[in-house]
Design a protein. Structure first.
Length: 224
């Protein structure tokens, strides 16, 4: 997002899109957890769509630099309640993907043309121009799609990583990996490296992988 400072409107739209997307993500997860019988989100005041309750500091820093970040993690139910574990961890990504794809369909209707390809670089630099409504629907749609997909990556602190350890065997190897990646925050460092540092290419590895997944999905929905 910081790369978009030369275009104030893009910068504002990117920041607003990120805050709304991660707030939606965390709020939906907390509502699902509450309905599953977990009172921790209610006690923490996270049943309101308040960005202050759902923005993760590391995720926000990552978004400012790479354009991509994540929401504050939500405590997941005990391992024995597998259905509740799946519902809580996947609901945030599902909400982001639905909202994001709907916005891109609106973009398709307003623009009269689909998107032949998308790139995470748009979430760094913005659109650089165009009609206001097209910029809003495009950036907000892409932000939600990419945050939804990023959250599914199987690395803590992302939902996919937390789900992986919630369902993994409780062997000593898995427990050591969980200790280092989760308790010592090594997972955060790994995710930041994969999002920020170019590894053998012009773009960081994780945004490149997400582009490969997002592009056909967006083309399918928008008819690009």
């Amino acid at each position: 997002m910081l790369y978009a400072l030369g275009d104030p409107l893009s910068f504002v739209l990117l920041v607003a899109s990120f805050l709304i997307a991660v707030t939606l993500h965390g709020w939906v997860q907390c509502v699902v957890a509450d309905r599953a019988g977990d009172r921790r989100p209610r006690l923490e005041g996270r049943l309101r769509p308040d960005p202050r309750r759902h923005v993760d500091p590391f995720g926000a820093v990552s978004a400012l630099i790479s354009g991509l970040g994540w929401a504050r993690p939500v405590d997941i139910p005990p391992r024995g309640r597998r259905a509740a574990v799946l519902a809580v961890t996947l609901s945030g990504s599902a909400a982001n993907l639905v909202v994001g794809l709907v916005c891109l369909v609106v973009f398709r209707v307003l623009a009269g043309a689909g998107l032949p390809a998308v790139s995470a670089t748009l979430l760094q630099h913005g659109t650089g121009g165009g009609a206001f409504e097209l910029r809003v629907t495009l950036l907000f749609g892409l932000m939600n799609v990419y945050i939804g997909l990023l959250s599914l990556v199987p690395l803590p602190p992302l939902d996919g990583g937390r789900l992986l350890f919630a369902l993994a065997p409780r062997s000593s190897g898995w427990q050591k990996a969980e200790y280092h990646l989760v308790e010592q925050n090594i997972g955060v460092a790994v995710v930041l490296v994969l999002l920020l540092l170019p590894l053998g290419g012009p773009q960081a590895l994780l945004p490149t992988v997400l582009d490969l997944i997002a592009s056909p999905l967006v083309r399918l929905v928008t008819g690009g």
